[in-house]
Write a protein that binds this ligand. Structure first.
Ligand SMILES: C[S@@+](CC[C@H](N)C(=O)[O-])C[C@H]1O[C@@H](n2cnc3c(N)ncnc32)[C@H](O)[C@@H]1O
Length: 250
């Protein structure tokens, strides 16, 4: 599935209220990115900030810095402003960052870029707003992510709603074309376990990270749950994310 911006916005609007409660996998993947944060930064953007929890951590960590969160979803921005009224959040699109050229020391972005199919203008825009020597720390997802859901849907004869994730080579090409002087891309599988198939599906659909279930017959619904259940391990039902961590320096 390729999602257009209005559809992505609506989907995350629906997920905003329960995002923090359900997005445990996203939080754990974000900590891998957090570990790469530099010691100091004066100007920071959290791109695709969702309900704002990473923005708040950034504001706490860089206490003298100007820190801004930006998200496409108005409901996510409302949620973030409500939880962290002392921090600035704007509704906007990653493709047209409302920032001056050469203005950021750090751009942090956890699991938002996989929603942006056109990587070249996106990374060119990120390069534009970074100061020379500024850093972008970004996680995104690669093909093979949510494969268990994709397969369960397909085997039940339903149209899969899993995103068409772009390969690492596409990111590499876009990063190079954008003109970053140094960059490091690292891919790794991250597997999370859930007690039930309902919990597993909720961890994706409940936070808005899918285009919705679409129409499913009762039989398809039952077969999807059965397919997921067949993968049970002693730790629970697995869900795989193929994580890409990018460290880009202008
Ligand atoms: C999976 S959530 C991640 C939220 C947060 N960064 C976190 O780590 O929990 C993805 C977020 O990216 C936002 N997003 C998707 N496409 C975007 C775009 N083109 N511009 C800005 N934000 C976008 C969504 O609205 C959503 O809040």
């Amino acid at each position: 599935m390729i999602a257009a911006a209005p559809e992505v916005r609506r989907s995350f609007d629906r997920g905003a209220a329960r995002y923090r409660q359900l997005a445990q996998a996203q939080a754990r993947m974000g900590t891998l990115l957090w570990q790469k944060c530099p010691q100091t930064a004066d100007t920071v953007l959290d791109l695709g900030s969702g309900p704002g929890h990473w923005t708040a951590r950034l504001a706490e960590s860089y206490s003298d810095a100007s820190v801004l969160g930006l998200d496409l979803s108005p409901a996510m921005v409302r949620q973030a402003r409500h939880s962290y009224p002392e921090i600035g959040f704007v509704q906007g699109n990653a493709y047209s960052l409302p920032l001056q050229n050469n203005s950021l020391d750090l751009l942090f972005s956890n699991l938002a870029l996989q929603w942006c199919p056109d990587l070249r203008p996106l990374l060119t825009g990120i390069h534009r707003v970074l100061k020379p020597g500024g850093r972008a720390l970004i996680t995104s997802l690669l093909p093979g992510s949510l494969e268990e859901i994709h397969q369960a849907w397909s085997q039940a004869g339903a149209l899969s709603r899993v995103l068409n994730f772009q390969p690492e080579a596409a990111y590499q090409k876009a990063v190079t074309a954008a003109g970053f002087s140094h960059f490091h891309l690292e891919a790794s599988p991250q597997v999370f376990y859930y007690p039930t198939s309902r919990d597993l599906l909720q961890s994706v659909t409940g936070i808005g990270a899918s285009g919705g279930a679409g129409f499913l017959s009762k039989d398809q619904y039952r077969r999807i749950h059965q397919q997921l259940e067949q993968r049970r391990t002693p730790q629970g039902l697995p869900l795989t994310y193929q994580l890409l961590v990018m460290e880009l320096i202008k």
